[in-house]
Design a protein around this ligand. Structure first.
Ligand SMILES: Nc1ncnc2c1ncn2[C@@H]1O[C@H](COP(=O)(O)OP(=O)(O)OP(=O)(O)O)[C@@H](O)[C@H]1O
Length: 240
């Protein structure tokens, strides 16, 4: 469903992504790992053009979204994104956070949007918080609301950019459990994370990045047990 060809991204003189080529199929769960500053978040943000690639192509369902004629807002309706820092609307209740985009962007009725929001809140275990405001929630609860909000648009693909990095340790598990459930439901996911246990257990494929390049791509068992490259071996000795 996503194909990336010869992707490069520079910030001024700093070439952050160098010739990235990969693809993500329907139903795949891909985890992107690597040292800090290796370009993981920038790569993920290029998949929905939150970052504009300097050159190269990103195809979503065979459409080259780097083509300026493409309506990127329409493309983004198919791609949910969850960030490290939640980005909930602080002045809206949890319910309004979940129904706002489906009603305004997709034109779904209030009744239908409310019903969907209730289903999603139940899925992320937050039914009782439906009328709460974000500032009364814990970090883990905020992130679960952010996931439910992204799902309310019924995306084909979900991107997670270090979804647990801003959380206190005791809240990491509750968020990872929600993402695991999504993975097991057959949804297509791309997750940037420093949680190696999650990467090992949940992903179908690991993309290991270093210094702006994809250095290794393999299924988790072989990556964690027998990394092929020196760079991956060195990384794993530091994080495991
Ligand atoms: N908006 C920006 N402007 C300038 N430089 C940027 C910008 N975003 C990222 N960079 C630089 O790009 C490089 C890669 O950053 P990126 O956040 O993609 O790495 P990362 O692998 O996700 O790191 P981390 O694991 O620490 O989040 C870094 O050198 C960073 O400073």
């Amino acid at each position: 469903m996503i194909k990336v060809e010869q992707l490069h991204k520079s910030f001024g003189e700093n070439e952050v992504l160098q010739n990235i080529n990969t693809s993500i199929s329907y139903g795949e769960v891909v985890t992107i790992i690597g040292p800090s500053g290796s370009g993981k978040s920038t790569f993920l943000r290029c998949l929905n053009l939150l970052e504009q690639p300097t050159s190269g192509h990103v195809y979503v369902n065979n459409e080259d979204i780097t083509n300026p004629k493409v309506n990127i807002l329409k493309v983004r309706e198919q791609i949910g994104m969850v960030f490290q820092h939640f980005h909930l609307f602080p002045h809206m209740s949890v319910l309004d956070n979940l129904t706002y985009a489906p009603m305004t962007v997709k034109g779904i009725s209030k009744k239908e949007a409310n019903q969907k929001a209730e289903e999603l809140l139940s899925k992320v275990g937050l039914t009782e918080k439906i009328n709460a405001f974000p500032n009364s929630l814990s970090g883990g609860q905020k992130q679960r609301v952010a996931i439910a909000r992204a799902l309310a648009m019924e995306p084909e693909l979900m991107l997670f950019d270090e979804p647990t990095s801003a959380l206190d340790p005791e809240m990491v598990k509750e968020v990872l459990e929600v993402i695991k459930d999504l993975a097991h439901s057959g949804m297509t996911l791309a997750v940037v994370t420093h949680e190696m246990g999650f990467a090992k257990e949940v992903s179908g494929r690991i993309i290991f990045m270093d210094q702006g390049k994809i250095v290794e791509e393999s299924e988790p068992n072989s990556f964690f047990e027998k990394p092929r490259t020196k760079r991956a071996q060195t990384f794993l000795t530091k994080v495991l």
